[in-house]
Design a binder for this molecule. Structure first.
Ligand code: HEM
Length: 241
């Protein structure tokens, strides 16, 4: 006779163990990647503005600042080493930000196969479309901007190392200044909605931040845009020359 099988402990319902790849594949995971890389890019935009405003201190200080970026960490680090590390972080952030944005967009399209055209356009869909187009415009702008002030390919009189001169030479042409102004307004709109939704993704949508989220995001975006707009305007009006 076979012995009776001992009673087994009741099994608990299966709970999926979260894995790192599962997190990256999930919609929330992609939104967190977008928020974190967005914050890194935002910090760059703020730091870049702070540095660019030194143009108002004159050519010597501005060029010294640009040269200082290349010699940070000397004598422990080789010339440009830290700058290249920052560039690498920026590049990876941009690529991940774009990848996550495309993935989130696809997921939202897949979730509504009928399309929104039959429905009333909501604030969310309007903001999402603005963000997508804004992202594409900013991407194209940064390529032009690098060709203008970093590589000099589209700059009318590029002098390596004379960042002040290159900036003035470029912004003296009003159509170029107009493009820069339009682009930084798009950057401002992107930051406005990006900050607002990053607050949400990162869990800052509870009191007390909940009430201030909209206003804080808008105020930061306006300040950043105004700071950037001031530079081409200063060149066009002759304050910086
Ligand atoms: C009026 C607005 C702006 C001005 C005057 C400006 C000025 C400059 C200058 C002078 C450089 C060359 C720096 C150097 O060679 O040392 C530069 C590089 C760069 N700018 Fe801007 N910038 C502006 C807006 C922006 C915005 C809005 C973004 C991003 C969305 C941006 C992204 C970059 C990047 C990625 C580089 C290359 C940095 C590097 O690799 O060294 N810029 N910018």
């Amino acid at each position: 006779m076979t012995p009776p099988t001992p009673p087994t402990a009741p099994t608990s319902p299966t709970v999926a163990t979260p894995t790192r790849s599962g997190f990256v594949r999930s919609l929330v995971g992609k939104k967190v990647i977008m928020a974190v890389t967005g914050v890194i890019l935002f910090l760059f935009v703020v730091g870049h503005l702070a540095g660019n405003l030194k143009v108002f201190e004159g050519p010597a200080d501005f060029n010294a600042y640009a040269e200082g970026l290349r010699t940070v960490g000397a004598p422990f680090l080789a010339r440009g080493q830290l700058l290249w590390a920052v560039r690498a972080v920026l590049l990876v952030s941009v690529l991940l930000h774009i990848w996550a944005a495309i993935a989130v967009t696809r997921a939202s399209w897949a979730a509504r196969p009928i399309g929104y055209h039959a429905l009333t356009r909501t604030e969310t869909t309007y903001a999402a479309r603005t963000m997508r187009w804004g992202g594409v415009i900013i991407f194209l702008y940064v390529i032009y901007h690098l060709l203008d002030l970093t590589f000099g390919a589209v700059n009318p009189s590029f002098v390596p190392g004379d960042v002040y001169h290159n900036l003035v030479a470029s912004f003296e042409r009003w159509p170029v200044s107009a493009v820069y102004i339009a682009a930084v307004i798009v950057v401002g709109l992107h930051i406005d909605h990006g900050l607002w939704s990053a607050f949400q993704t990162l869990g800052l949508n509870r009191p007390p931040t909940f009430r201030w989220r909209r206003g804080i995001a808008a105020a930061i975006a306006v300040l950043i845009t105004a700071g950037y707009v001031a530079i081409p305007v200063a060149v066009l009006t002759g304050t910086v020359r």
